[in-house]
Design a protein around this ligand. Structure first.
Ligand code: SAM
Length: 203
């Protein structure tokens, strides 16, 4: 098998890293990446957080490609890949995660899986932990760009269950799972970075 390559990761990795540097502090010891794809984000970003283990996860089919990237990486603080298929698998329970990072997954998963991912994070993350979600979103029932509208059509033609999610739906599900929105950062190429924090039950 040829090593997989996602060109978009080369374009967005630096801007994503700049945001994560503001989110991840010395109290973050474990980050879980959900839907890591090729693993390119982990390989590029993990060395910037040497105090923290970056745990890479995805569905089983991505495992071999991720291993190819990790084999060539110099980072000592990447673990995995572990199989975490949302809808089927649970978090690794041998440690607690202070941060969950997931990029470009919500428009690929079915909405039912997006809700399962959010619920699972609500269940498994402790108070104060962050969930960082990068990708394209619609606001006020509207695409944020012509390119996102075309991208959504492409996604739905390929898989009718996929598609760009409405920020308001994601936010409602996040709130219901016990998260508070800390920041919604507009990113290049009409993407957004949503930073949530697990709050106290009932607060
Ligand atoms: C567009 S790729 C994004 C990969 C990477 N995060 C990036 O930004 O380049 C979407 C990823 O979501 C993963 N994915 C889809 N359904 C999933 C599920 N049910 N559970 C976990 N990951 C899933 C896919 O395997 C794929 O790696």
């Amino acid at each position: 098998m040829e090593k997989p390559y996602a060109p978009a990761c080369d374009r967005n990795r630096q801007v994503i890293l700049e945001v994560l540097k503001k989110i991840i502090d010395e109290n973050c010891h474990h980050l879980l990446e959900i839907g890591a794809g090729t693993g390119q984000h982990a390989v590029y970003m993990a060395p910037h957080f040497p105090q923290m283990k970056w745990v890479v996860s995805d569905v089983a089919a991505q495992s071999l490609g991720i291993k190819m990237w990790l084999k060539e990486a110099s980072a000592k603080n990447i673990e995995g890949p572990i199989r975490l298929e949302i809808g089927k698998d649970d978090f690794p329970t041998d440690r607690s995660f202070q941060v969950v990072f997931t990029a470009n997954t919500m428009h690929i998963m079915a909405w039912k899986q997006v809700k399962s991912m959010i619920k699972l994070c609500g269940k498994r993350l402790r108070v104060g932990a962050k969930m960082c979600v990068y990708g394209p979103f619609n606001y006020n029932q509207t695409y944020t760009s012509e390119s996102n509208a075309k991208f959504d059509q492409f996604l739905k033609a390929r898989d009718p269950q996929s598609g760009i999610r409405h920020f308001e739906d994601v936010d409602k599900a996040m709130q219901q799972a016990g998260f508070t929105l800390l920041e919604d950062i507009a990113m290049p190429a009409h993407n957004h970075f949503l930073i949530y924090q697990r709050r106290l039950h009932g607060s």
